[in-house]
Design a protein around this ligand. Sequence first.
Ligand code: FAD
Ligand code: NAP
Length: 543
Amino acid sequence: MTSVQETAPTAGTVDVDAVVVGAGFSGLFELHRLRQLGMSVKGFEAGSDVGGTWYWNRYPGARSDSDSTVYSFSDLFDADLLPQWRWSERYPSQAEILRYLNWVADRKDLRRDISFGTRVTGAEFDAATHRWTITTDDGETVTARYFIPSVGVLSKPNLPSFPGLDSYGGQWFHTSRMPAEPLDYTGKRVAVIGNGATAVQIIPVVAHTAETVYEFSRNPYHCLPGRNHELDEEDWKTIESNHLEIFDHARQNFGGFPYAEGVEGASLSEQERRDALEAAWRKGGLAIAFSTFADVAVDKSVNDSALAFIREKIAGIVRDPQRADRLTPTSPFVGKRPPIEHGYYAAFNRDNVGLVDMKDNPIERISESGIVLADGTEYPVDIIIFATGFDAFTGALYEMNIRGADGRDLRERWEQGPSTYLGMAVPGFPNMLLHYCGPHNPAILTNGPTLIEQQGTWIGDFLARMNDAGHTYFDATSEAEAGFMDLHNQISDMTLIPGTASWWTGTNVDGKPTGLLSWAGGFPEYRRVCDEAAADYAGFQFA
Ligand code: FAD
Ligand code: NAP
C-alpha cells in the first residue's frame, strides 16, 4: 500500500496515514496491524508508558477477572509471540499484565511510534483534504488520513464531587490514579467508597494489614468466587497443546470466554437450575454468568433462581445475618458486571472490616479527619480510596474535542445519547473508527482481547480495502446507523439490563444521557453483524 499524503506538509506538522490514540491492548493491536499493512502510524498515550488499564489501575489486589489463557493476544496479533509467554496464575495480577504488554511492545518495537505523556486534546476533520488534524497538550500537531481512537471504555475516572475533600487532612486517591509504589496500610484506618469490582478486589487485601477498613456501600454487586490458582508446567503443557482452539472457542462464546454455551434455564426444573449453578460456582470465574443459562439476562424466573442461589451463598459465607443481607444484591443478575471475588465476602467476618450502609444515609461531606454521613456520624480515617468507577465510553472520547465534517463536536452530536454504526463509525465523522471504545460494541459483556482483536482486524481489513480502491474518504450512512441502532435497541429491550443503574447505562455520572451503552446480543452475533457489513461495506459512502 502506498502512503497517502496529499496535503502539503506544514512546517512543524507531521503527516501520517493513521493516528492511534491510546497504548493499551487496543492501541498496541491497532498500531501493529496498521504497520503490517504498510501504513505510517503515529500513536499518542497520556500515560508515560504502554499498558492502558493496567498502567493506570495499581490499586491493591488489582488483577484480571478474565482467565489468563484468553486475556492476551492470540495468533490474530502474532502467531510467533503466543507460545513465548506463560502466565503464572489463572487470573493475572495487574503487575503481570503490565509486564506482558511491555514485553509485547518491546518484541514488536511499538514504542518508537508513540509519544508518551501526551494527551490528545483536539481532533478536527478537514472536509477539503479528507484528513484529520490532531493536536496535543504539549503542542504537537499531526495530520492523518485516518483517526483511530483506542482510548478505552474505562479510562476516564469518575470522581463525584464530595464537599470538603479539599480540607481533608489524610491521603486520598481514585483507584485508577494510585501511586506506582504500593502504600503501606499497616496500622491505618482506610475508607473505600463504592462496592463495584474494584472495591471488591481492594477490601480483602487491605484488610490484612490495615487497622480498620470501612466499606462504604450503596447497591451491592453479585460477586462470584474466583478460585484463583497458580498455573504450573502441567497446566501449560495442556494449554499450549490447545491454545489456538481455546482462543477459537472463546470467539464462539457469548462473552468471548472459552466456556461452553449455556442451556435454556427456562426449560429446567428449579433443582436442575440449582445443580447447574452449583457446578459453575465450584469452578469459579465468570462461567456462572456466561455459560450456565443462555437466557439468564432475559428470563426473569431464571434470573430469580440465580439471585436466590447467590443470596444463599452469601449467607453461607458472611456470619452476621444483617451484614449478609446488606451485601446481597436485589438488582437482576448480569444487570451489572459480576465482580470476581477473592475473599471479599469472607473479609466481612473480620473484626477490622466495617460495612457502612450509605444507601439511605449518604456521604454528606468529607471533614478534615474523615467521612461524615447525612445523619452526622463521622468515620475518622487516614486514607480514603474512591472506588467510584469511570465515565465510561463517552468520557475519554469527549475529552479529545472531536470535530467532524461540519465542524460539529461529537459531544453535541450525541447530546441525546450516543448513536453509532457497528459501535465503530459515526456518520458525519468521516475516516474515524472507534476501536473498542465505541458505544454499542459488546465490551461490557466480552473478554477484552477477544473483542479488541476482532474489531482491530475488521478495521485493518476495512482500511486495506479503502486504500486498494484508491478511496481517501469514507463515512457511515445515516441509514446504516439507524438500522444498527434499531437492532441494538431491540436486543437491549429483550434483556433485564437497561433497568439497572450502573456505568453500563450511564446513570453513574450526573447529567449523562441514560441508555444501554453496550451491545447485549453477545460477541458471536456482534461479529456476525460486522462480518455481514464487511461483505460489501454498503453501510458506508466512499470518495
Ligand atoms: P485502555 O486499557 O483503557 O487504554 C486506553 C489508553 O488510552 C489509556 O492508557 C489512556 O491513558 C489513553 N488515553 C485516553 N484518552 C487519551 C487522550 N486523550 N490522549 C492520549 N491518550 C489517551 N476486561 C476484561 O475483559 N477482563 C478483565 O479482567 C478486565 N479487568 C479490568 C480491570 C479494571 C480495573 C478495569 C478498569 C478494566 C478492566 N477490563 C477488563 C476492561 C479493560 O479496560 C480491557 O480489557 C482492556 O484493557 C482495554 O484496553 P484498551 O487499550 O482498549 O483501553
Ligand atoms: P463501578 O462498578 O462503577 O462501581 C462504582 C462504585 O462507586 C459503586 O458501588 C457506586 O455505587 C459507587 N459510587 C459511585 N458514585 C458514588 C457516590 N457519589 N457516592 C457513593 N458511592 C458512589 O466501578 P468499578 O468498581 O471501578 O468497576 C468498573 C468496571 O471496571 C467494572 O464493572 C469492570 O468492568 C471493570 N473492572 C474490572 C475488574 C476486573 O475484571 N478484574 C476489576 C475492577 C474493575 P452505586 O452502584 O450505588 O452507584
